[in-house]
Design a protein around this ligand. Structure first.
Ligand SMILES: C[S@@+](CC[C@H](N)C(=O)[O-])C[C@H]1O[C@@H](n2cnc3c(N)ncnc32)[C@H](O)[C@@H]1O
Length: 464
C-alpha cells in the first residue's frame, strides 16, 4: 500500500517517524520535514514500517549523501542529514532519555561537534566475501543482514586507510587467497581490520582468517610492505569459529604468545598515537576511541571536571583499555588504579605508563567490579572512599553490572565520571546510583563521536 507522509522527527535508531491514519509509521533514511511517497512493508497493531519510494518535497535539512552506498550499507544512517540537524537530533534524544532528570532541573550541555565530520574513524573493519569470479571483495554488511555490500571507498575513513584496503584486496586476489563463505563455512579470509595513528599516519593491518596462515603469506606481506609505506605492522588472527564476532576469545590474548590466535606476520608490534600529548601504543586487539580528535576533547573535559586533583587523592579508571582517559592525569594524583579485562590492553597500558614515566599508574587485569570488591576486603569501606575520591567509568555498551552498581552505592565515591556510548544503559545505571546511592548529577555533556550515524557518546558527572 502506497501513502504520502510527512516526517515529523527521528526516533531511537535515527529512523524517521510519521503518522498514517493516526498510526506511528517508521521510515528509514528519511529526514524530518521530508514529504515522501512510501510503501507500507510491515504492519502490527501499533505501528507501520514503510519504505521510501520517492522524495516528493525534500526537507530543508536534507543533503546529498557523499557515499553511493548510503541506504544499502548498514554503516551510516545520517549521511543525508545536515550536520547541524544530526547534532540537534542527538541533543533531543538525550533530553528524551534523561527527561526525568531534565524535569528536575538538570541541564544537558550543548553537544560538542566532532572536529571532523568525515574521515574521522581511525579503525576500519571490513567483511570479506566472494566477488565476481569467486575473488575476494571487501565491504560492510547490508543493514540487518549478513550480505556484504562491496565498498571501494568509505568516506568515514581517511584516504590512506581506503587506499591501503584497495591495494590489499588486489594483492590478495593476485596471490589467489579465497574469501570465507559464512554460508558454506569454507574459504579463508573473513575480515580485514586496519588501524591508523592520527598522530603519525602509521597503519597496522590484521587479516582475520579461517586458517592459521594464508596461502603465499610471506609473498603477500612483502608485496604489501613495498607498496604501502605507511603500513608498519601486519598480523593474522586465526578465527575458525562459527561466529561473526571478528576477534572471538580475545580477552586473554597476550602479545607474542605462541598459543595466541593473533600472530604477527611482519613489522612492528604496535602503532603509536597521541591524546593531548600523552603517547599510546596500540595493538590489533586493544580498544582505542575510534575518533581520535574527539577523544582529545573528551579527555580534556574529564581533566577539567575531576575535582579532587592532588597528591593525596587517588583515581580509579575502571574499564580503562590502554589507559587513554587516565594516563595523562597520573601526575596529578597520588596513584591511579586502571582496571581492564583484556590482557593485551593491560600489557599496553603498563608499557604506555612506562613510556610516560608514570610510576604511580597501576594496572590490574580482570573484571572491574570483582577487582574493586576484592580490594575492599583489605580496606574499610570509608577508607576506600577517602583514598579513591574519583572514579572514571567507561564500560562497553551494556553498561556497568549489578555488582559495580552495588559497590558504588555502598562505598559512595565522592565523584564519578561515567562515559558511555549507550545512553539507555547509562540512564539505567545513573538512575540507580542516584536513587539507591544518593548520587546527584552535576553535569551531562554529550560528544559527537560518531558523525553520520545515530550513535551518541555521553559523559555524566555524579557527585555525593
Ligand atoms: C568503551 S571501552 C573504554 C576503554 C578506555 N576507557 C578508552 O577510552 O580507551 C571499554 C573497555 O572495557 C573493557 N572491559 C569490558 N568488560 C570489562 C570488565 N568486566 N571489567 C573490566 N574491563 C572490561 C574492554 O575491554 C574495553 O577496553
Amino acid at each position: 500500500m502506497k501513502k504520502v507522509v510527512k516526517i515529523e522527527k527521528l526516533g531511537g535508531e535515527g529512523v524517521g517517524i510519521a503518522h498514517i491514519d493516526g498510526k506511528v509509521t517508521f521510515v528509514p533514511y528519511s529526514v524530518p520535514g521530508d514529504e515522501l511517497l512510501v510503501k507500507i512493508v510491515h504492519e502490527t497493531n501499533s505501528y507501520y514500517k514503510a519504505e521510501l519510494i520517492e522524495v516528493l518535497k525534500p526537507s530543508r535539512s536534507r543533503v546529498e549523501p557523499l557515499c553511493p552506498h548510503f541506504g544499502v550499507c548498514g554503516g551510516c544512517s545520517h549521511q543525508n542529514i545536515k550536520y547541524e540537524m544530526q547534532l540537534e537530533y542527538k541533543q533531543d534524544l538525550l533530553n528524551e532519555i534523561f527527561r526525568k532528570f531534565v524535569k528536575d532541573g538538570v541541564k544537558i550541555e550543548k553537544i560538542t561537534p566532532s572536529p571532523e565530520q568525515f574521515g574521522y574513524r581511525n579503525k576500519l573493519q571490513m567483511q570479506c566475501a566472494a566477488s565476481r569470479g569467486g575473488k575476494i571483495g571487501a565491504g560492510f554488511y547490508k543493514i540487518r543482514s549478513h550480505e556484504v555490500v562491496e565498498i571501494d571507498y568509505c568516506p568515514l575513513h581517511s584516504d590512506p586507510i581506503n587506499k591501503l584496503v584497495k591495494s590489499t584486496v588486489s594483492t590478495l586476489n593476485q596471490f589467489k587467497v579465497l574469501p570465507y563463505s559464512e554460508k558454506l563455512k569454507k574459504g579463508t579470509l573473513r575480515h580485514i581490520v586496519v588501524r591508523e595513528s592520527k598522530h603519525s599516519g602509521d597503519m597496522m593491518m590484521t587479516f582475520v582468517s579461517n586458517h592459521e596462515t594464508l596461502l603465499n603469506q610471506t609473498k603477500i606481506s612483502k608485496a604489501l610492505f613495498s607498496k604501502n609505506k605507511s603500513l608498519k605492522g601486519l598480523y593474522i588472527y586465526h578465527n575458525p569459529h562459527d561466529t561473526n564476532v571478528i576477534f572471538e576469545d580475545s580477552e586473554g590474548v597476550k602479545l607474542n604468545d605462541n598459543r595466541s590466535p593473533l600472530r604477527k606476520i611482519f613489522g612492528d608490534d604496535f602503532i603509536t598515537d597521541s591524546i593531548n600529548g600523552t603517547y599510546f601504543n596500540i595493538s590489533p586487539l586493544s580498544f582505542f576511541q575510534v575518533n581520535t580528535l574527539q577523544a582529545m576533547n573528551m579527555a580534556k573535559f574529564i581533566e577539567e571536571n575531576i575535582g579532587f586533583q592532588n597528591k593525596k587523592s587517588s583515581l580509579i579508571d575502571a574499564y580503562s583499555g590502554i589507559g587513554t582517559l587516565s594516563l595523562g592525569l597520573a601526575h596529578k594524583f597520588e596513584n591511579v588504579l586502571a582496571i581492564e579485562i583484556v590482557a593485551q590492553a593491560c600489557a599496553l597500558a603498563r608499557l604506555n605508563a612506562k613510556m610516560g614515566r608514570a610510576r604511580n599508574y597501576h594496572v590490574r587485569r580482570g573484571d572491574a567490579a570483582e577487582i574493586i570488591a576484592n580490594s575492599l576486603t583489605s580496606v574499610k569501606t570509608g577508607d576506600f572512599a577517602d583514598k579513591y575520591r574519583s572514579i572514571i567509568l567507561d564500560p562497553p555498551r551494556a553498561g556497568i553490572d549489578e555488582d559495580m552498581r552495588k559497590f558504588l552505592c555502598d562505598v559512595k565515591i565522592p565523584e564519578i565520571l561515567y562515559i558511555s556510548c549507550n545512553p539507555h544503559t547509562q540512564e539505567r545505571d545513573v538512575s540507580q546510583l542516584c536513587s539507591k546511592g544518593g548520587y546527584k548529577i552535576a553535569k551531562i555533556a554529550p560528544f559527537d563521536m560518531f558523525p553520520q550515524t545515530f550513535h551518541i557518546e555521553n559523559i555524566i558527572k555524579l557527585v555525593q
